[in-house]
Design a protein around this ligand. Structure first.
Ligand code: FE
Ligand code: FE
Ligand code: ZN
Length: 281
């Protein structure tokens, strides 16, 4: 059975958030590793942490995913921006590792004019000052839509980042269905072909997580606008095929759809019902 979670706010505490995951009928969650639009963070107190770990253990949560803040740009040539990104990825990898989070995903970054190659060099150096090689937490590169000067809309760019890193064995990939469709990978008409290309360039074994989103914008639009499941240009049928695909079905799927907790709970329920009825037929 597929592992399904959603993006959750950690504002009410790690323990309360884990309780909410259970209540929603989810098996896992994604949370921000710190304030997504600022720089602050609050680590759980001892009792909060213990309760969080207990709930997670007792309910057999699937892999937990932390998402680095949007405010960091590890590709930047601006010193202050770059130093901040280096600090965030270094601190948050250590913090998420201490919490036993299985994966930490980040947006590779935007080169803002210095070019893809120079941007990738910055990302690699930033990763190398963060990843010691001793972590249990894997760092995931997210597949991006390619808006503006975003790096990571081509599988080759993610491959170059990983290959350049001192600890490639600690670096995996998170596939975002909305982003890759916007980037020009046609999962609607040729899911197999896209996954074959991923396998050829990166290797399917590097995939650790899927962001399951529909898209508000057309194929190859290079925009990043998530839609609720079945309400966008990708559609329910294709997203179900993604979840059922032999190369993907064992992975954790995280919804990042524009919904509140109840909306996410409804989406998870709907997906499970659809998957079940398709299996029976
Ligand atoms: Fe993301
Ligand atoms: Fe995403
Ligand atoms: Zn997105």
């Amino acid at each position: 059975m597929q592992i399904i979670g959603t993006h959750m706010s950690i504002a009410k505490g790690w323990d309360k958030t884990a309780e909410n995951v259970v209540r929603m009928g989810a098996d896992t969650m994604q949370v921000f590793s710190r304030n997504p639009r600022g720089s602050g963070y609050r680590d759980p107190k001892d009792t909060e942490r213990e309760l969080f770990q207990k709930i997670r253990r007792e309910h057999g949560f699937g892999p937990l995913l932390a998402h680095a803040p949007y405010t960091m740009n590890l590709a930047s040539a601006q010193e202050k921006v770059y130093e901040f990104a280096c600090t965030v990825i270094r601190e948050d990898l250590a913090r998420m590792d201490a919490l036993g989070m299985e994966n930490l995903v980040f947006h590779p970054g935007s080169h803002t004019g210095i070019g893809v190659e120079a941007g990738i060099r910055n990302i690699i150096a930033g990763l190398d000052q963060a990843v010691t090689g001793q972590e249990k937490t894997m760092v995931l590169l997210e597949t991006m839509s390619g808006k503006g000067t975003e790096i990571g809309a081509r599988f080759e760019e993610l491959k170059a980042i990983r290959d350049g890193a001192a600890h490639p064995e600690k670096i995996g990939v998170c596939l975002d269905t909305c982003h890759i469709y916007s980037a020009g990978y046609d999962i609607v008409n040729d899911l197999d072909g896209v996954l074959e290309e991923f396998d050829r360039v990166l290797g399917l074994s590097l995939l650790r997580a899927v962001h399951l989103n529909d898209s508000m914008t057309p194929y190859a639009s290079r925009k990043d606008r998530h839609a609720a499941i079945g309400k966008g240009t990708i559609g329910l049928e294709v997203l179900l095929r993604v979840m059922e695909h032999p190369a993907l079905k064992h992975l954790p799927f995280y919804l990042e759809t524009p919904n509140d907790d109840q909306g996410h709970a409804d989406e998870i329920h709907m997906l499970r019902e659809m998957l079940k009825s398709r299996k029976e037929n």
